[in-house]
Design a protein around this ligand. Sequence first.
Ligand code: R5P
Length: 313
Amino acid sequence: MDRYNDLQVFAGNANPALAEKICEYLDIPLGDAYVGRFPDGEIDIKINDDVRGSDVFVIQPTCAPVNENLVELVLMVDTLKRASAERITAVIPYYGYARKDRKDEGRVPISAKLMADLLTTAGAQRILTLDLHATQIQGFFNIPVGHLYAATVFLKHLKSLKLDNLCVVAPDVGSIKLNRRYSRDLKGDLAIVDKRRITPQSAEVVNIIGNVTGKNVVIVDDMISTGGSITEAAKAVKSRGAKDVYLCATHAVLCGGAVEKLNTTDVQRIIVTDTIPLGEKQVKNLDVLTIAPLLGEAIRRIHRSESVSYLFE
Ligand code: R5P
């Protein structure tokens, strides 16, 4: 059944520009909602459009300020539930708190699981997200999770650069599978960085498995947080004789000294998506690719009860 007339999209304050682009793709106006603050800083919400019986999507990456954006999201979902929306999908282009996905030492939370519980308790009936830090986070939910990959967007861009003599370099063992896909599609070699994390803020490269000498190198990661992992990987391949280095990361978290690290590392281009707004951050040699059409198409298909699986590829 086509319920397209009932589709409504709302957004909190995390990334309104992305929400506008998604609505442009869908050719519908962004829903009218007030998401402000009470004088004491508590979040004040009013959905101004009638949503009774509608299929509603709320666009809100839980990027910094992560706690503000998260609470805005769950309160918006709660508001829509109490306003009798028929189905509520939380569209979370960047899923914060994802890195704490297991209890790897005593007396620590599994934050990614708690986020799932909060969203479900608030009333989310479906999740749509992109390049989760760990794909098994999907299993933390007992509601459907659409998990998209930005790879199609990056690969199209990388192919347009017509790089020859290419080596795709996984910046750590956790990203081998992702980087293998890029090396296959770009018809390049694959190498792996043996990275050791010293603290949450710093990582060191111990070794590079594979040959990067004289090659154009593409390094792909899910996120650039403090920038340590990807810039250390870039320096390591350069010191082993790589030609030009291209960095790709879906989520430009860019906290700590990331901007300075990126601006002082010898790379040709840094390619990210617009899951997280850059704000005032000035990064040299940066290309920002939009994932709005990918998310927009997934929303359209979910709404029409059509398959979205080909978008997962
Ligand atoms: C690691 O497991 C992740 O995929 C990223 O490499 C990491 O979170 C990036 O963090 P940072 O930029 O702080 O090194």
